[in-house]
Each structure stands twice: as C-alpha cells, then as structure tokens.
Design a protein around this ligand. Sequence first.
Ligand code: AVI
Length: 320
Amino acid sequence: DGEGESRLSFVRQPRSSVNAVSEILAGLASQPKSLSPKFFYDSLGASLFDRITVLPEYYLTRSERDIFKRYESHIAAALGTGRILIEPGSGSSEKVELLLNALRPGAYVPLEITESHVLEASRNLVKRYPWLTVHAICADYTGGMDLPASLPPGQRLLFFPGSTIGNFEPADASRFLREMHRVCGDGGSLLIGVDLRKDEAVLNAAYNDSEGITARFNRNILTHVNRLADADFDIEQFQHMAFFNPIESRIEMHLESLKDQCVRVGAREVQLEAGERIHTENSYKYTVEGFQDVARLAGFTPRETWYDEAGWFSVQLLDA
Ligand code: AVI
C-alpha cells in the first residue's frame, strides 16, 4: 500500500438526465434572459475562478481560510474525531486539507462532477495522509445525494465551504439544506461557509476586480455555451456587469449586449437589443441570523459560528 490505493474506492453515479442544451435554450428564451452559473465552469472557467480566489478584492476565500486556520482546534473540539466527512462539490479538495489533521475523520467522501478532479485529489490525499480512507464519488450533487450503501457507518459531517450556498436561489438553498439534513442522519452535523452581508463598496469591489478577471470569468460562460450548444456568441459584444441588489441581498452578475444583435444557438436564433442583459449569477449575502432561520426550517440546530477578523465571512456549525 505504498501509494495508498487500497485506501481509495471510487464509484460513478449516473448523470442527471436534464440536458445542457435544452437548459441553455430555455434560459435564453426566457424574459429576462439567463444562463445557469454552472456553465461558468469549463476548464478555462475553473482556472479563472482559481485566479479570482487570490485577487486582493475577492476576500471570501482568504477570509474562510483564515477562519479554518485560526479556529482549527475549536472546530475540531466541537466536532470530535472519527466522523464520516462528506464534501459535495469537493473540486481539488484543497479546503478540507486545512482541517484533515485536526478532524482525523474515519473516512473522507468527496463528491465531484468531474471524474478526473475527484480521482486526482483523492489519490493525492491517500498518499499524503497514510491514515486516511477515501470513498470518492463522481456525481452531480445538485440532483440529490444518494450515497452508496457501502459507506462506513459513523456520525456524519457534511462540509460545504466557499459560500457556494450563496449561488443557490432561496428555494434551491432550502431544498439542498433539507437534502443535507437527510444525508447527515442522527448525530450528524453540517459545517458550512456562508458569506455575509456587508458594506456595499466591499461587495461591489469583490465582483468588479481591477484586473478584470471576474469580467473574463463572466464572459467565458458564452465561450462555453458556444461549445455546448453550437452557438456563435461573440464575447467582445458583451460587457461584464456586477452589482449588489440590496432588496434581494445579492450580488447579481449580468452580461450586457453592446449592440442589437442576433446570435445563433444550434438551429435557433436569439435576438438581443443593445443594453439587454443576460443574467448569469446571483451570489446571496446572508446575515448569520437569516441563514440560521433557513437552516432551522431545514431541520438543523445552529451550534457555533466562527468569523474572520473583519466579520465579513462565517463558518457555521449546525447539528442535524
Ligand atoms: C463560487 N461562488 C461562491 C463564487 C461567488 O462569489 O459567488 C462565484 C463567483 N462569481 C464571481 N466571482 C466569484
């Protein structure tokens, strides 16, 4: 077991049947036009997002990492060791590494849609942590989390960092929290990163960085859609827009058409007027109490909340 492969298992779950092309067409046919933020993440989009996370204006990733580092022992003491640690949307499993040594989970269960990502991350983890068992799952967790019956028994800990929950519409966030509550089971807990409402200038800067990486990230959705749906969007003809909407308490990202234009999407044509927007993302900013109310309705009991020094970001521990 020099390479740790005997401590690594892998299963692939069937893909959800909703087809990307029909989802893209429906979004572009609706009024106002929209595209799901999940289409940001082709390989260029994923690497642009990685660059966003280290931008000076984008405090979210840094604040959360500071919380994990600073409160590592508090978090570990609150959770205890030996848990079955489940991470939906684990990506490269970078964040969980900050807690692995302290948490000493009985097993780590990453769920990730991109098979190569979850396999590479899992292989690295079993090599670096000779005591760790990994049950990797290739699945789209947004379609529900049916975990294999072969997972080891034990108190579960769901880990959902990064304020990804902020990209869910409120009804979807509630549904997802209920699903996580079900997966937690008796004695289970959820450790979740939630970005907080704050000074609008700080929020607006985080989504309008001076290097224009967020603009590239936003416009790249059109390049991805061109490939997925055989479309001919010219990204030069769209402008990045991001602003805080205080009524909905969310950052909205849009792509604004710079002229009247007609875009072909497969066999269809989509008309855009100058100034018309395609809505590409919402990033909801909660208050701690507001998020706890949503979590309570999903069945959770809030236990503890940790903050970064500025009080901009929260990591919340909730019991099932
Ligand atoms: C992944 N998610 C939490 C990011 C956010 O801040 O809502 C996505 C993002 N959009 C623009 N910048 C970053």
